[in-house]
Design a protein around this ligand. Sequence first.
Ligand SMILES: Cc1cc2nc3c(=O)[nH]c(=O)nc-3n(C[C@H](O)[C@H](O)[C@H](O)COP(=O)(O)O)c2cc1C
Length: 157
Amino acid sequence: MTHQIQSQFKQAMRRLAANVSLISCKVNGEWAGIAATAVCSLSMDPPSLVACVNRQASIHPGLSIGDRYCINLLKEGHEDVSNAFGKVIKCDDKFAIGSWGQDKDGTPCLSDAHANIFCVVQKIIEYGSHSIVVGNVIRIQMNEIGAPLVYFDGRYL
Ligand SMILES: Cc1cc2nc3c(=O)[nH]c(=O)nc-3n(C[C@H](O)[C@H](O)[C@H](O)COP(=O)(O)O)c2cc1C
């Protein structure tokens, strides 16, 4: 039964269309990042959002209370960078794709993302395989607008 529900759940979640973001941060001084669709606005006061991050993900050790990270909202044309950050490959190989810079704190950010939302980890809730990471927004950089990069049924729309 559990296996059946898991399989059905996976199939159903494929039908939940979602904008792709990259979550980028530093882990032991090195840039790290993953592709993520489980990113959502949480509260306006204080401005905050949640991201659900697999506890096995390379960025997870860089997301303790007080750590800084960036949510980079992707747009059409970012398929290659999304594919790279969605794979288990070395972080050096991920950051070789796309146009990357860093803010004054050294947090990596994708220069042509729709927006770079810089956050500081405020709270972490562990649940199942993932951590729900609550981040307070400390700075936002808006860039040129385009169509969002939307993931649906295992492909980009
Ligand atoms: C479209 C897409 C959405 C993803 N969304 C999430 C997510 O919300 N949370 C998460 O932990 N992993 C998510 N992943 C998986 C991670 O991106 C992937 O496991 C990670 O990049 C592996 O890299 P790592 O070995 O550096 O941890 C997603 C992957 C793709 C392709």
